[in-house]
Design a protein around this ligand. Structure first.
Ligand SMILES: Cc1cc2nc3c(=O)[nH]c(=O)nc-3n(C[C@H](O)[C@H](O)[C@H](O)COP(=O)(O)OP(=O)(O)OC[C@H]3O[C@@H](n4cnc5c(N)ncnc54)[C@H](O)[C@@H]3O)c2cc1C
Length: 456
């Protein structure tokens, strides 16, 4: 599987990294100070001015709405192309919003691009794309296990030219933010439909509608995530015009299918960026802290922990999932003409003989993989790749057969460190290469890789 980034992505990575270095990282402390000041003034639920300034700068730099796939509104990146950019933004706790790429707005905007009417787009999508308002997604309910969304109980009932909404939601991220003006609400409009996946609808609910009551914010591990927050909201006889319905009654699951897949992967990629950042902090700390006469970086257990932490990053899996998503999952709610990647190429007879490729499987006479199986296959391929790369590099540097030699415990430990190093050196991101190579140097065995590697 080819994970090399395209020239377009490499150029965006470069610009994004430069922007993060110049503007975002220095603004982290400013943001924290502004939020502290907001707390002292008695109201944490207000936007930090520094974020609004960053948004203007990112817009001017053309680093805006990168999340949007092919559409007249956005950058036109596939998931696979956007994922490494998410990783860069995720490195900072304020990293996504300056680029108008933060959840849940990205998923909501994508939903509006694909499923909203022109009038709905005019009213809600354009200000969201412009970053002047924010949005939230209200699906999860306290009363039912919401990971299985067929359980959702909130009701959307038609009444003349309106729908009347009743129910209670929680974990509605972003609803505490005063800039949040619109909710995408999921509930049951057709509870008696024989197909349980056609009982739900999604409908637009302006926050200012009478009957929408934000009850409280829900902390996560003690953090309030202000000014964003995660709200519990009561909906009591909320009346919205019938024209607020998205796509049509009973089509909620169809929309959810298109919305949630990419959104979750983007979260994962941002978290990988965050984990990278933490790893770097660990490396820096291990260089500064001295115990028993030497820096922690020179203690074996610290080196092993750092190497393990780096090696265990699941980025290959996430990229594999992105590719699978680009190739299949995201298409399900899309017009056939918009299909991209494997399935599209296979349908149009274009070359491509990768594992899981629908066309390739057909040519080999194999059964077509279901989406979940595709992800699994890609993931296996991605993970298999790592030891192979390490091994071949090992062979190159230390002679044929070195990689197949039986490894004693000491050597396994060394190989973990090499692998971390190889991953850094072979990373397609030059910024990451620079940073990680530099940092891993602190955990490389003394005397250099070659010398320690040749020891029996
Ligand atoms: C920080 C945060 C932000 C969120 N933001 C939003 C938001 O903006 N909008 C929104 O609608 N929701 C949001 N959620 C809610 C989130 O989507 C739900 O928590 C999630 O869907 C799980 O639903 P639940 O909490 O009802 O758990 P339940 O469905 O009650 O799950 C209970 C348990 O079952 C397990 N489980 C679930 N599915 C399976 C499975 N297939 N196999 C095995 N075990 C399983 C779970 O791990 C869990 O331990 C947010 C949650 C958090 C923590």
């Amino acid at each position: 599987m080819d994970f090399q980034h395209s020239d377009k992505v490499k150029s965006l990575q470069k610009r994004l990294n430069a922007f993060m270095d110049e503007h975002v990282y220095p603004a982290e402390a400013v943001f924290d100070a502004q939020m502290d000041a907001a707390r002292e003034s008695g109201n944490r639920w207000q936007p930090a001015p520094v974020i609004e300034q960053l948004k203007e700068k990112a817009k001017a730099a053309g680093l805006w709405n990168l999340f949007l796939p092919e559409s007249k509104y956005g950058a036109g990146l596939t998931n696979l192309e956007y994922a490494p950019l998410c990783e860069i933004m995720g490195r900072s706790h304020i990293g996504a919003e300056p680029f108008n790429c933060s959840a849940p707005d990205t998923g909501n905007m994508e939903t509006l691009v694909r499923y909203a009417s022109p009038e709905q787009q005019q009213q809600w999508l354009l200000p969201l794309l412009d970053g002047t308002i924010r949005s939230a997604f209200a699906m999860t309910e306290p009363e039912v296990a919401s990971s299985d969304a067929t359980n959702i109980e909130a009701r959307i009932v038609r009444d003349g030219d309106h729908y009347v909404i009743n129910g209670r939601k929680w974990w509605t991220s972003g609803a505490n933010d005063p800039r949040c003006q619109i909710l995408i609400f999921m509930g049951k409009s057709n509870p008696d439909h024989p197909n349980q996946h056609q009982q739900q609808s999604m409908i637009l609910v302006p926050m200012a509608t009478p009957g929408v009551k934000v009850l409280r914010h829900l902390p996560v591990f003690g953090y309030d995530d202000a000014p964003h927050g995660h709200a519990e909201i009561a909906f009591e006889n909320v009346r919205v015009p019938a024209s607020n319905m998205l796509l049509g009654e009973g089509r909620g699951f169809e929309i959810a299918q298109g919305r949630l897949g990419p959104g979750r992967i983007h979260h994962c990629m941002r978290l990988i960026g965050r984990a990278e950042h933490a790893l770097e902090a660990m490396c820096r700390r291990s260089l500064e802290r001295v115990a028993f006469g030497k820096p922690l970086a020179d203690q074996g257990v610290t080196r092993e922990r750092i190497a393990n932490a780096h090696h265990d990053r699941p980025d290959a899996l996430s990229r594999a999932q992105c590719r699978a998503q680009d190739g299949h999952g995201r298409q399900q709610g899309r017009a056939p003409g918009n299909r991209d990647d494997q399935s599209g190429r296979a349908e149009h007879g274009l070359p491509g003989d990768r594992l899981g490729d629908a066309g390739a499987r057909r040519r080999r006479g194999q059964r077509r993989l279901r989406p979940r199986a595709r992800v699994r296959e890609f993931a296996h391929a991605a993970f298999r790749r790592r030891p192979r790369r390490g091994a071949s590099q090992c062979d190159r540097e230390h002679g044929a057969g070195a990689s197949s030699r039986a490894l004693n415990a000491r050597e396994i430990h060394r190989r973990r460190i090499w692998r971390a190093d190889f991953r850094a050196v072979s990373s397609a991101d030059p910024g990451a290469q620079r940073r990680i190579t530099h940092e891993i140097q602190c955990v490389r065995p003394r005397g250099g890789r070659e010398q320690s590697a040749r020891q029996p």
